[in-house]
Unconditional design. Structure first.
Length: 106
């Protein structure tokens, strides 16, 4: 279940082009800054969100998890950038995979 806050912050979206990914990264960083989402860590192959959001660019895979501080809904920002097959920023169940609890300083 999502709530108004995270729905507005995330606006679940498909990622098809690098532009889309930049926008999704910005949306996630903004949502953290506004205290709507909490950063939970990087999933398999994903770089720490801190280095991505800082503008260092991204690797072949983007895979980061967030949760809503109001309703607890998890969100996954993931994209496969190497082949450009895209990805999404969308609500998910809790991650099935092990996530690295790297920290995003706020
Ligand atoms: Zn929420």
């Amino acid at each position: 279940m999502t709530c108004k806050k995270c729905e507005e912050a995330v606006q679940p979206q498909r990622i098809k082009r690098p532009d889309d990914l930049s926008r999704a990264i910005l949306a996630a960083a903004n949502a953290i800054e506004l205290g709507i989402l909490s950063y939970e860590g990087a999933g398999a192959w994903g770089d720490p969100f801190q280095s991505i959001a800082r503008g260092d660019g991204w690797g072949d895979f983007v895979n980061n998890y967030f949760s809503c501080l109001s309703c607890g809904q998890w969100f996954n920002l993931q994209a496969e950038t190497y082949h450009g097959s895209g990805g999404a920023f969308e609500p998910v169940r809790e991650p099935a995979e092990q996530i690295q609890r790297d920290v995003y300083p706020t």
